[in-house]
Structure formats: structure tokens, C-alpha cells
Design a binder for this molecule. Structure first.
Ligand code: SF4
Ligand code: SF4
Length: 446
């Protein structure tokens, strides 16, 4: 019987080439201090932060330069010591120009971190306050301000937290490196999150393609009976919230509902590390941790970089791109965003930077739908991708809504599996956005 014989999974999903071997044995490297950083004011979901500095101000590493503007918003700190060069629109990894603060390095790096706190005695209230002060945002994709997630509404009975260690996107090994390099810090970070939420049960969900991390975490949690390591089958999108909750605690999150509606809060591995750093070291979130990979980059690495470092600077640090490089993606290949402007900066939640060559990119001529049902078979949410895409393309918003277009998590699994190469997720994303806009305008009218 295999050690991993009880591995849990879900219906649907796909098995893309992992390519994790490119970086899984590369320990984190600290990228040298950049000469200039660009800090978008919207590095989180919610309202952009409010600028507190002006042109030519001098700032130090760790100094607050923007404050939250509303409940769902976040503090931004300067990642370097230098002078405010500009405040205005710059390129962003999301593709649209964004309001940002540009800082040029000047003089020796002076650090103004917060006072370290005792992880054993700190109260739940102080943990939440520290997480807010550190400007920590979730690392699972949406970049939701973490302190808000630690303050669920009083009527929600949170029973457990799930730490997402699945890292199911191909190529990415950032979370894996944290699990093997900072195992003890991770456990303390998880316990701090559990104390903040007042829960007694923590689960680390991890795919079975990471045996070393599973072994180390099982050993590390053997003295912490409140935290369990749950081994999951390697399959994309195993790390999606709904999938993780289903396999880890056998609960279904109904359409339109959130994990906290079924008593669960999900946090990412890197988020737990950031909580540890904020509490134990007093360190605000001024760095991003990312995997730089793909066959188009000369030296793939796992890097810690100051937030605001441009994509070009990161690529240069990794030896530049190979001649056959064709595409740069921020994030993983399934849900990441293709980049056209290498002056866009790394943000707090950036998890990966991929440089792909022709053979790594799945692109061939689009043909008519074959009605094969392959997209339906792999959709973990039981949607009918071919019809959602068809209605979105035809502007039939009512039909798309009725079929559940807003439920789609945009995982890209259907597009990946379509033999006709139809860009299903792109059409569905467009339809979803239009339906959400229509729903909002109806709410505003009534
Ligand atoms: S992108 Fe949406 S429709 Fe396609 S497989 Fe994922 S959840 Fe299903
Ligand atoms: S997988 Fe592609 S070709 Fe097959 S039914 Fe779905 S959209 Fe059509």
C-alpha cells in the first residue's frame, strides 16, 4: 500500500505537465536591492490605498506611504530607502495603467520595522492589528486584505482553517520552498492565524507531488495535534477554494456563498509566513516571493524581491531570456496574465513569473465545437463550459446567467482540455463580468 493511498480528490480537473523540477530544488534567493520601485496603490482587492507622501519626500524601508481607504483596503509601505520620484499612472501586471508611487533608491538602506512581539502570548486582537499594520494581503490570487479575513462576521461560526499548500498551478514552487525551508515558522504562522480566528482546528492541504514537504510537515505537526496534514491527489485545480474545502472537510460551498458560510477560512502558505514575519520580526509586507521559471528564462529561480521591482529587473537578474522565449506570464500558466510591458512591477501577491517557449504554449488553430463534451467532463463545478462560452459570445446574458456563468472560478481547465482550442474561459470571463455588471445595476435601481 502506498504511503499516499488515502489521497483525496474531486470530480473533474486535468493533469497538465508540471515542470516543477525546473525550480523545486532551488532555495530562495534574495534579489539585490533595486534602484527604483513602482508601487501600485491597488495591490489588493477592494479600494485603492490613499497616498500619504508627495513628490521629493524622503522615505525609509518599512515606512507607511499609503493608508487603507475603507474597510476592504490595505496599508502600503516603502520597500526601499529613497526619494519619491513620481505619483501617477504606470504599467501594471493586470494590463491596465494604474495609479502608483515611484521611489528611487537613495543613500544607505534604513529600515523602520515594527516592534517584534511574542508569538506565545500575543492576543487575538493584537494579531489582527499587527496583520493590518503590516499590510498583508492574501497570496491565493485575489489579494484580499488578510486582516479582514481574520474578522469574520459574528454570526459566522468558523470551525477550522485550511492552509492551501496544494500549489496546483504548473511550474510554481514558491509555496513548496516555504514548506521545506521555513517549516517551523509556517507552523507558528498557522497557529497565530488560528488564535486570531479563535479556531481549534487547522488543516494543511498538500498535493502528493511534494513528498519532502509532506514528510517535514508531518514531523513538525506531530507535536501540534490541532494541525493536521491532509494529502491530496495531484490534479488541477486542487488548490481552488471550493475543491479544497470539499476534499479536506467534505463540505460544499453553495453557489454565491463564501467559505466562511460553511465555517471555513482558507489562507495560503505564504500568507501564514507573512503573519509570522509581521508578528515575530515586525516586518511589514515589503517583499514578494515568486518562482521565476519556464524554458524561456536562462536561470530559473525562487526569489524574494522587494515589492515594486519591475519584471524586466527580475528577468535580468535571472540571466535574461533565451532566444526562443515567446511569452511572459505573471502567475501560473492556467490562471496567470500574459504581459506586454516589462516595466510593470511585481506586486505583493505575485507568485510567479514564467517565460514560455513555443512548445510550452498550447496554441493551435481554433476550430468549431466538436460537441465532444470534454470541457463538461473536466469542470469541477459541474458547469457546461461550451454553452456558457456560446451564450457569452452571442451576448445572450440571461441564458448565460441561468446556466451559472457567475459561479465559474475561471480556472481555465475547460479551455486546457478543449480539442477544438476554443478560448472557453476568455468568453466565459467576459460573460461573467457582463452578468455581474447587469446584476449590480439592477440592485442600484431597486
Ligand atoms: S473555467 Fe469555469 S467553466 Fe471552465 S472548468 Fe473552470 S470553473 Fe468550469
Ligand atoms: S471541449 Fe471544446 S470541442 Fe468539446 S464540447 Fe467543449 S467546447 Fe466543444
Amino acid at each position: 500500500m502506498s504511503f499516499f493511498s488515502i489521497n483525496k480528490s474531486f470530480k473533474g480537473g486535468v493533469h497538465p505537465d508540471e515542470h516543477k523540477d525546473l525550480t523545486e530544488n532551488s532555495a530562495f534567493e534574495l534579489m539585490p536591492y533595486p534602484t527604483e520601485v513602482v508601487l501600485p496603490l491597488s495591490q489588493h482587492i477592494g479600494k485603492p490605498s490613499k497616498v500619504l507622501v508627495k513628490k521629493r519626500d524622503l522615505v525609509k524601508s518599512g515606512q507607511v506611504i499609503a493608508e487603507p481607504d475603507g474597510f476592504i483596503s490595505s496599508i502600503i509601505h516603502s520597500p526601499i530607502t529613497g526619494k519619491i520620484k513620481d505619483i501617477g499612472k504606470t504599467a501594471s501586471v493586470g494590463g491596465r495603467p494604474q495609479e502608483a508611487v515611484t521611489i528611487v533608491a537613495e543613500g544607505e538602506d534604513e529600515v523602520v520595522f515594527m516592534e517584534p512581539l511574542d508569538a506565545d502570548s500575543i492576543t487575538a486582537e493584537l494579531i489582527i492589528e499587527r496583520v493590518k499594520e503590516a499590510g498583508i494581503v492574501g497570496q491565493g490570487g485575489a489579494a484580499f486584505p488578510t486582516y479582514v479575513k481574520l474578522m469574520p462576521p459574528k454570526d459566522k461560526n468558523i470551525e477550522c482553517i485550511i492552509i492551501n499548500g496544494a500549489e496546483c498551478e504548473p511550474y510554481l514552487t514558491r509555496d513548496y520552498r516555504y514548506m521545506v525551508e521555513r517549516t517551523q515558522d509556517l507552523i507558528i504562522g498557522i497557529k497565530l492565524i488560528m488564535r486570531a480566528l479563535g479556531v481549534k482546528r487547522g488543516i494543511i492541504g498538500i498535493e502528493d507531488n511534494k513528498p519532502e514537504a509532506i514528510k517535514m510537515l508531518k514531523e513538525a505537526t506531530s507535536h501540534h495535534s490541532e494541525i493536521k496534514v491532509e494529502v491530496l491527489k495531484t490534479k488541477y485545480p486542487q488548490g481552488a477554494e471550493k475543491m479544497l474545502i470539499k476534499v479536506a472537510v467534505n463540505k460544499e460551498v453553495p453557489p454565491g456563498k463564501l467559505p466562511l458560510d460553511v465555517g471555513v477560512v482558507i489562507q495560503n502558505i505564504r500568507t501564514a509566513i507573512s503573519v509570522f514575519d509581521a508578528v515575530v520580526k515586525g516586518e511589514p509586507q515589503i517583499t514578494a516571493a515568486l518562482t521565476v521559471s519556464g524554458f524561456g528564462i536562462k536561470t530559473p529561480k525562487n526569489l524574494i524581491v522587494r515589492v515594486g521591482t519591475t519584471i524586466q529587473q527580475v528577468l535580468d537578474y535571472c540571466g535574461g531570456t533565451n532566444e526562443d522565449a515567446r511569452k511572459v506570464i505573471v502567475g501560473g500558466p492556467m490562471m496567470g496574465v500574459a504581459q506586454y510591458d516589462m516595466s510593470a512591477p511585481v506586486q505583493k501577491a505575485t507568485s510567479g513569473l514564467l517565460v514560455l517557449t513555443e512548445p510550452e504554449m498550447k496554441h493551435s488553430q481554433e476550430t468549431n465545437c466538436l460537441r465532444c463534451g470534454a470541457c463538461v467532463d473536466v469542470c469541477a463545478l459541474n458547469l457546461i463550459p461550451k454553452d456558457l462560452a456560446k451564450f457569452s459570445k452571442a451576448g445572450k446574458w440571461d441564458e448565460a446567467e441561468a446556466l451559472g456563468v457567475t459561479v465559474c472560478m475561471e480556472c481555465g481547465t475547460c479551455s486546457y482540455n478543449c480539442p477544438a482550442n476554443i478560448p472557453l474561459v476568455q468568453w466565459i470571463r467576459l460573460g461573467k463580468q457582463r452578468v455581474i455588471n447587469i446584476q449590480r445595476s439592477k440592485q442600484n435601481v431597486s
